[in-house]
Design a protein. Structure first.
Length: 1016
């Protein structure tokens, strides 16, 4: 077919398309490949408004200019394949720019027509916006959910692999409420634009619904997926944060795209629950938990329909402080599932709240609790009941009437009811909630906040709400007798609430020592396991209202203990003061310094001036021991030197104790004096000014660091082996600096790689092996150059390296490191390793201990060893030693070959038996071992052996070869070698296997005579 014939075909097809075009809004076209023009059946400017030409023929370049830049390369490559004859069909979605610069989606479909020489000379097809109308999100211009189902379904059917990421904007609902929906739409468009610029050519961005997006990361690895999310965080931090859920596809042979999307969405939900601004991978275990929650929700819905079957109220006693009289009870909801058994409130209450079922269940709780309280009033007239109301319930318009009506039906006076508000940190709309609280208080009811000490716990917060009570959480009460900080904190909390005329209930009291400490702080109510666990109504009545013998005995014992303490305090408070002593006290109360007297025999605090009482938060100190007041302990402080007169060590001890108590550096002076005929220790303490504090702090820090260096050397002296010694040094440095990680990097000259061979990492911190594979010297050059210049470096902020050392900055950023200290390890002038300390919480910038640690390891590696031996030992540390097993006993030599893909260098690590078989002495390096083995292979078999190695690398299969090898004593021998590829990182390929000399060589491969081989 000649060129003229091709042209005639083009014209004939064009006429046919013109006829078809009259009945559709799509644009049929013919692309004349040779002339590089496109003929349209009707003018395109009516829709696209890009050209004003009246002709219907366009140069291809003219149309190219209309294509959106990020789609242009992909589309032009496809057209090039068509023109070259590599592809015949066209089906592509792309974006063009209209006259206003707006991106518009369009679908192009067509088929190439070939002449009798099988050359494509034209493409016939159509452009359609209609095809994509239901597959594009109108707001952002991204593909929508329907398009994602279609695209990913095709990819999975073709066997493609990758990761699906579902993104949710954190707090977007609040943005819409505060700024308006139009602003929210602008944010969504901006996010879509940024995501579109970030994606690679094979990746696709979708908008699902609301504030949810999806990214198909086809072909991406897990590490690359994590890097993509890190990029999102970096580029979006000025705008918003994201929670992301990721699932790999196919997942455990699951190929249903709808299920995979639900998996990713489930993981995103978990990311939000875990604190937001993070990425979570889908796990079957978490998904099963979600399914269990769904089943539980359905079961509880049925329970509600069946008269709240399975729900039950438990009651925990509340008693008055000091007297321990029963005040009332808190009603606590419990649920017994038919399928899951007895459920923890931590599990089922969130399900109730998230589903809205808490509203009907909450009404049932109030009805049951109020009716039960009314019954118990027959036994104890002033019995009080406390019921929980969640934030979800407070959103109900009927909540005020629901509570009041329930009390009215039970004939229960309002003054016996306490409405306990959970999740109070969300109560930021004071006016709305105060209207509710005021309505209840107007009926005599009490309002309680259950999480004081968390969230918005401040005096202004308390004064802003119409409340009567706060509940102190168990976390502040636990072991209060052993924590001076908690004691003082709780004391200040009570002082704060009492100043606002609000009563306090302390929860979680479990032992008598905690109770004694709390009694001295005078909360109004006590609640906890010490007085009773939550129990069913019948058990509560028998135990507490008509008290059991055991309960009566408990209250009597606690009361007697309290009375004894009170008498001790009264004994001290009743001591008659002389006029002189009274005057002293009056004067001391006006001083700003903290002043107190301690009896040297009994260790009881005899006097505290006003400043000391405010400092400790303890006002009723009579009979209290000094360690109870200042350290919150129950025993004498370790190292106490109260009986030493004016000693510097005692003043130092007291200063340290006060610092631990309040976190403030204090100057201290002490002296033994006579007071009322007793030997007393007079202590005067005052806050140090900034200069004095810094000087004291510097001296203390330097002294401590020197002590720790000595301790590190003492630890090193006790270690029996070099690996234990080096690991001990890293662990010691990690604890000293309170670092996330401390790593020892060593350089293997033979493989030309760096590796962290030993590491300390704090609890919950990932080992660097999560981030690092073997690192080539080229990648490490910036680090080596930095240490070569400065020997030891403190990076107090990674951002300072963002511009000047971008490779360093990216490396630190990849590991999520904020601060870093580095110290080199040297052999003469050669850098052979370094120690890195990541994210130190203590001693940042104090390089003294780190330098000593590096010096110690340097001594271990270099002491009395020549340079060749040093390099071998470094190599062995990097590669570890090959394990010996039963194969060695059988005369088999174990080997491991490492191949550097960048440099082509190879080394052979051999066990003792392998060294013997290849006649390698103890002084040969791994590189020399490789040469020893490789150089003695018969030259006619080298290609055969190399092919076997390449097969191991390419396939990962186990390969067996036999070949002649020249032995110095036995001559040519037959060797059998079996090996396989075990690992392949970005830089290093590792092969492992065994080697065996079969016998003296009698016969070679049939193609090579023995005599010829021997001569060779």
């Amino acid at each position: 077919m000649a060129y003229a014939d091709d042209r005639k075909f083009v014209e004939d097809y064009y006429k046919m398309l013109s006829f078809l075009n009259e009945s559709t809004n799509d644009h049929f076209f013919v692309w004349d490949i040779r002339e590089n023009v496109v003929h349209f059946a009707k003018e395109i400017n009516k829709d696209y408004e890009k050209r004003r030409d009246d002709i219907y023929t366009y140069r291809l370049q003219t149309l190219k200019d209309m294509i959106y830049s990020r789609d242009k390369e992909r589309l032009l490559r496809l057209l090039g394949n068509i023109a070259d004859g590599n592809e015949s069909m066209v089906d592509v979605d792309f974006r063009y720019l209209d006259q206003f610069g707006k991106k518009c989606w369009i679908n192009g479909r067509g088929k190439a027509v070939r002449n009798d020489r099988h050359q494509p000379f034209m493409v016939m097809g159509c452009l359609s916006r209609r095809v994509l109308a239901e597959k594009i999100d109108m707001l952002t211009g991204l593909r929508n959910y329907n398009k994602m189902l279609e695209d990913m379904g095709k990819n999975i059917a073709r066997g493609r692999r990758g990761h699906l990421m579902v993104l949710g904007i954190d707090g977007f609902r609040d943005v819409n409420q505060r700024m308006g929906r139009s602003y929210g739409n602008k944010v969504l468009k901006q996010i879509a634009e940024i995501l579109d610029r970030m994606k690679g050519e094979d990746e696709t961005i979708y908008r699902l619904d609301g504030d949810h997006f999806a990214v198909d990361l086809m072909g991406r690895s897990r590490k690359e997926t994590e890097g993509f999310f890190q990029q999102i965080q970096d580029r979006m931090d000025f705008l918003c944060t994201f929670s992301a859920g990721v699932v790999c596809y196919p997942f455990e042979k699951e190929t249903d795209i709808n299920i995979l999307i639900s998996y990713a969405d489930n993981a995103m939900t978990r990311a939000k629950e875990d604190g937001k601004n993070r990425m979570v991978y889908f796990s079957s275990e978490d998904y099963n938990k979600t399914l269990s929650r769904i089943e539980l929700r359905q079961e509880m819905r049925e329970s509600i329909r069946n008269g709240f079957e399975g729900f039950e109220l438990y009651y925990q006693p509340q008693v008055t402080s000091n007297e321990y009289e029963l005040h009332g009870a808190e009603a606590l909801l419990r649920y017994h599932s038919k399928k899951f058994g007895f459920m923890s409130p931590v599990v089922f209450i969130p399900v109730l709240e998230q589903s809205g079922l808490i509203v009907p269940v909450g009404k049932w709780v109030m009805k049951q609790a109020f009716e039960q309280c009314a019954k118990w009033r027959r036994i104890k007239k002033d019995f009080n009941i406390s019921v929980n109301v969640s934030y979800v319930q407070l959103q109900e318009r009927t909540i005020v009437d629901d509570v009041i009506e329930a009390a009215k039906e039970a004939d229960l006076p309002g003054n016996l009811i306490t409405v306990e508000i959970t999740e109070s940190m969300q109560l930021q709309n004071y006016n709305y909630f105060n209207d509710i609280f005021y309505s209840w208080r107007n009926k005599g009811m009490h309002i309680s906040i259950d999480d004081f000490g968390t969230g918005y716990s401040s005096l202004s917060y308390l004064k802003g709400l119409e409340i009567d009570e706060v509940k102190i959480d168990r976390c502040f009460v636990r072991q209060i007798q052993k924590s001076a900080y908690n004691y003082r904190l709780l004391s200040n909390m009570l002082e704060l609430t009492h100043s606002a005329q609000i009563r306090v209930c302390c929860e979680g009291v479990e032992d008598e020592e905690e109770l004694r400490c709390l009694d001295s702080l005078f909360p109004e109510l006590i609640q906890g396991f010490l007085f009773g666990r939550p129990m069913p109504a019948e058990e509560f009545e028998k135990t507490c209202l008509m008290p059991s013998e055991e309960y009566v005995h408990l209250i009597q014992r606690l009361s007697q203990s309290h009375e004894k303490n009170q008498k001790e305090k009264e004994r001290f408070s009743s001591i008659a003061l002389t006029e002189e002593q009274f005057e002293y006290r009056r004067l001391l109360d006006h001083l700003e310094e903290v002043i107190y007297l301690v009896d040297m025999d009994s260790l009881e605090v005899y006097f505290m001036n006003d400043a000391a009482r405010k400092f400790t938060g303890v006002y009723n100190y009579f009979g209290a021991k000094c360690y109870q007041v200042f350290s919150g302990g129950t025993k004498k402080c370790t190292g106490c030197m109260i009986n030493v007169d004016g000693a510097d060590k005692e003043e130092h001890f007291t200063g340290k104790m006060l610092y631990e108590f309040c976190g403030e550096h204090m100057g201290v002076r002490e002296k033994i004096i006579k007071w009322d005929g007793r030997d007393m220790k007079l202590v005067v303490a005052w806050p140090l000014d900034e200069d004095s504090r810094l000087l004291a702090e510097k001296f203390s820090t330097e002294t401590y660091t020197l002590e720790q260096i000595v301790n590190m050397y003492a630890m090193a002296a006790e270690k029996q082996s070099e690996p234990d010694l080096m690991k001990g040094i890293l662990d010691f440095a990690g604890r000293f600096y309170q670092a996330d990680r401390v790593c020892l990097f060593l350089h293997d000259e033979q493989l030309d790689v760096w590796q962290d061979v030993l590491a300390y990492h704090d609890k919950g911190i990932m080992d660097k092996k999560r981030y690092f594979e073997l690192t080539t010297s080229r990648n490490m050059e910036p680090w080596v150059e930095l240490l070569s210049r400065e020997k030891a470096v403190c990076i107090s902020s990674t951002e300072e390296y963002r511009e000047k050392e971008n490779v360093l900055w990216r490396g630190l950023k990849m590991q999520n490191i904020s601060t870093c200290m580095l110290c080199g390890i040297w052999s003469e002038k050669e850098l052979i390793g370094f120690i890195s300390v990541d994210d130190a919480d203590s001693g940042l910038g104090d390089m003294r201990l780190l330098k000593r640690a590096s010096h110690l390891i340097q001594e271990v590696l270099c002491h009395k060893r020549d340079k060749r031996d040093l390099h071998t030992r470094l190599h062995q540390l990097v590669e570890k030693k090959l394990d010996h097993d039963i194969l060695s006993v059988s005369g088999l030599g174990l080997w491991q070959i490492k191949i550097n893909k960048d440099t082509g260098k190879s080394v052979l690590l051999a066990d003792d038996n392998m060294r013997k078989l290849i006649e390698a002495d103890d002084f040969m390096t791994p590189a020399q071992c490789y040469e020893q083995w490789n150089s003695r292979i018969h030259k006619d078999y080298l290609r055969y052996v190399n092919n076997a190695v390449e097969t191991m690398i390419a396939t990962g299969d186990t390969v067996e070869v036999e070949y002649p090898w020249k032995h110095s004593e036995r001559g040519w021998v037959r060797v059998r070698c079996v090996g396989t590829k075990t690992t392949e990182s970005g830089t290093i390929i590792t092969l492992e296997g065994y080697h065996r000399l079969l016998d003296d060589l009698q016969r070679f491969h049939p193609g090579i005579p023995v005599e010829q081989a021997a001569e060779n």
